[in-house]
Design a protein around this ligand. Structure first.
Ligand code: PLP
Length: 374
């Protein structure tokens, strides 16, 4: 039976590279001549250990920027890499439970630039004092200028969400914290570009957008930050325990780790995070250029300086603001062309989304505009 062709712009879980799905399919019943599936393999077996080790070393290596001029390096040796459960939301709790006790005041600075950092800040309030470092935003369409931030030098850490998936707000700079530990939620732009890990105390990312499927969350933490966990921290969220046990304190999400290994290999074979960045710039530019050239027919509410390369939210305005019938027509037309979940209207352009996929969307936007513009 011929497979239905769908272009998946879903916000996550999101599109996986076709070659990864095919390899997983091929190996599903008999992984690497073991005679069993990864789905039924003991997490204590040597075969699974090989998968875990391979995935970890690929990840360490993939922070490398492949240009000669770059300062970016591998994940430094003084960082632990863990594969945990509980998703990004689990980390909203794990971060304060593990890090807010770093200093005696038990307080943390949060930048709140969208839904996900707002949720993280609310969760942290259960465990200590939370200071929102900038004036409250009326809408999540910009990153407040750093001259308006009041950072607390006694804070245990400064937290921000590097890419706000819902609002399409992305940092294209690393916040300066005057030596205070920096924590970042990179769930929706992880490995979409190179990052200098040494600037961070901790980075976490759910895999289900850029590096795999749901079930596993990558946590990269600097070693000296381990061991300050609050007593009330559930043991499965205790970084020190999980780091010492190589993410095997309890049964890990074995299959999700295996899929992540395949995706990391795919990223490596396709030029690493630097090549992903080049493609992601091109893909998102196609959509933003279309919006900019539409004379207000399409509108993206996000400040130009922080428009996300991963999630592009926009509206079709037509002649009046918020024309819902027009937007419904746009989405119905997209669905007819096999475009899935342009949701809201929001196009997510993660690593596995191809240039051709973006091109198809830009072409559709142009045709739709021409049909409706007089
Ligand atoms: N952080 C960001 C930036 C997200 O986009 C999401 C989910 O989409 C989360 C955190 C929450 O992740 P999870 O659903 O895995 O708990």
């Amino acid at each position: 039976m011929e497979q239905k062709q769908t272009i998946n712009f879903g916000a996550g879980p999101a599109k996986l590279p076709q070659s990864v799905l095919l390899q997983a399919q091929k190996e599903l019943l008999n992984f690497s001549s073991t005679g069993i599936s990864v789905l039924e393999m003991s997490h204590r077996s040597s075969d699974f250990n090989k998968i875990l080790d391979k995935t970890k070393s690929l990840l360490r290596e993939l922070r490398v920027c492949l240009t000669h001029f770059s300062l970016y390096r591998n994940i430094p040796d003084n960082y632990k890499v863990m594969f945990l459960q509980g998703g990004g939301s689990g980390q909203f709790s794990a971060v304060p439970l593990n890090l807010i006790g770093l200093k005696k005041d038990r307080c943390a600075d949060y930048l709140v630039t969208g839904t996900w950092s707002a949720k993280a800040a609310k969760e942290a309030e259960k465990y200590g004092k939370v200071n929102i470092v900038h004036p409250k935003l009326d809408s999540y369409t910009k990153i407040p200028d750093s001259s308006s931030w009041t950072l607390n030098p006694s804070a245990s850490y400064v937290y921000y969400c590097c890419n706000e998936t819902v609002h399409g707000v992305e940092y294209n700079f690393t916040p300066e914290t005057n030596g205070v530990v920096l924590v970042s939620d990179m769930s929706s732009n992880f490995l979409s570009r190179p990052v200098d890990v040494s600037k961070f105390g901790l980075i976490f990312a759910g895999a289900q957008k850029n590096v795999g499927c749901a079930g596993v969350t990558v946590v990269i933490v600097r070693e000296d930050l381990l061991g300050h966990t609050l007593n009330e921290c559930p043991i499965v969220l205790d970084y020190k325990v999980q780091a010492e046990m190589d993410s095997l304190y309890n049964t890990p999400p074995c299959f999700s780790i295996y899929i992540m290994g395949l995706v990391l290999e795919w990223i490596k074979n396709n030029g690493g995070s630097a090549a992903m960045e080049t493609l992601n710039k091109q893909k998102s530019a196609m959509i933003y250029d279309m919006i900019n050239a539409s004379n207000g027919f399409y509108v993206c509410p996000v400040d130009v300086s922080c428009r996300s390369r991963m999630n592009v939210p926009f509206r079709a305005m037509g002649k009046k603001e918020g024309d819902e019938a027009l937007e419904k027509e746009f989405l119905d037309g997209a669905a007819k062309r096999g475009m899935k979940s342009v949701g809201g209207i929001r196009a997510s352009l993660y690593n596995a989304v191809t240039l051709e996929d973006s091109e198809a969307l830009a072409t559709y936007m142009k045709e739709f505009l021409e049909q409706h513009q007089k």
